[in-house]
Design a protein around this ligand. Structure first.
Ligand code: AHG
Ligand code: MN
Ligand code: MN
Ligand code: MN
Length: 332
């Protein structure tokens, strides 16, 4: 019987997944295989991103997605790569993607899992060489196998997630994920094609001195929102906003801080999508000791009414999210 201690830094992702699977005697290995499939797609997308300046895959694709956003070529390429890896892996029956209006049926009707994915987050940063990411969420299907996934399979609350994670394509490429037993970060070594455990058992600081919000929208902030931002300034906080949710979230997860995408005049329910941006990061931050809400309700308890539903996001250090919630609660 292996010791229960955390695996040493330097363990490969494959070995980590296998070892953690042994902690679940009844595990059949399908979720482990699914995580490996995601890591494979991340390696492929990482290579495309690193070459995007050299071959003509940067820039706009000339299509609009269901969000009304101009799709970038890498949005589309990442979407194709992740869908292909999940389809070929065989474990996923149905996919929700930011880049597809309808659910994607993979044909794996025996697949037990549903994946919600933001294949490339931070699209506005792709061709200016600023960090971008991928965000994913994994659910067990609720309908019987042997058929296509249903909307009931797809519109589950975040509390039903069996796993969630993100890839950050930054100064180094990392994969950070949870299966509900803590959060672990893996750094990619391109020359070896492997992810290695570099950030075991991530715990986010319970407070911090960083706030991340697009103050360009401050004209439309509520009085409570404006009050909280003013308080951050009075407390001498640093303003850090990269415009890539994954990059802003990852920095705050490690250093402490709060990321907010509030309701704005342009996006009355906030811009971020519940299923493949808010919920996966909420699962991760709670597993790391932090907090996530829409300012009033725990993110993972918000009932999705649509696969592309948007919701405001207040996420990060527990004390900062609670302080922001107090400002919202006190507003008249
Ligand atoms: P995506 O590129 O997947 O559409 O997400 C972009 C999101 C998020 O990454 C980022 O924090 C936010 O959009 C930035 O929005 P604003 O430019 O409105 O601040
Ligand atoms: Mn996104
Ligand atoms: Mn995206
Ligand atoms: Mn987008």
């Amino acid at each position: 019987q292996h010791d229960k201690l955390a695996l040493p830094v330097g363990t490969t992702l494959d070995r980590f997944i296998m070892r953690k699977q042994e902690d679940f005697p009844y595990a059949t290995g399908e979720l482990s295989q699914l995580l490996r499939d995601i890591a494979l797609a991340a390696k492929i997308v990482n290579r495309e991103i690193n070459r995007s300046g050299l071959i003509d895959i940067a820039g706009a694709y000339g299509n609009r997605n269901v969000q009304g956003e101009d799709q970038q070529k890498l949005d589309v390429i990442a979407n194709i790569r992740f869908i292909r890896a999940l389809r070929n892996g065989g474990e996923v029956c149905t996919i929700i993607s930011e880049e597809d209006e309808e659910v994607i049926q993979t044909g794996n009707v025996q697949g037990k899992y549903i994946v919600a994915i933001d294949p490339l987050d931070g699209s506005s940063n792709i061709d200016v060489n600023v960090s971008i990411g991928t965000i994913f969420s994994i659910y067990r299907r609720v309908s019987p196998t042997g058929t296509e996934g249903t909307m009931a399979d797809c519109l589950q609350t975040g509390t039903n997630q069996v796993a969630a994670g993100y890839v950050i394509y930054g100064s180094s490429t990392m994969m950070v994920y949870t299966t509900g037993n803590g959060v672990n970060g893996f750094t990619y070594e391109p020359s070896l094609g492997e992810f290695f455990l570099s950030h075991p058992e991530i715990i986010t600081p319970k407070s911090g001195a960083v706030y991340s919000i697009n103050e360009g929208s401050s004209e439309s902030f509520s009085s409570g929102m404006s009050g909280f931002v003013a308080q951050c300034k009075q407390d001498g906080f640093s303003a850090r906003y990269i415009g890539s949710l994954v990059a802003d979230f990852h920095r705050n997860l490690l250093k402490g801080g709060i990321y907010i995408y509030p309701p704005t005049s342009k996006s009355p329910n906030g811009k971020l999508r519940l299923m493949y941006e808010c919920n996966p990061l909420a699962f991760i931050v709670e597993q790391a000791g932090g907090k996530s809400s829409n300012g009033y309700t725990r993110t993972m308890e918000i009932r999705p009414d649509d696969m592309h539903a948007r919701c405001p996001l207040f996420i990060g250090s527990k004390e900062l999210v609670e302080k922001a919630e107090q400002f919202l609660a006190q507003e008249q």
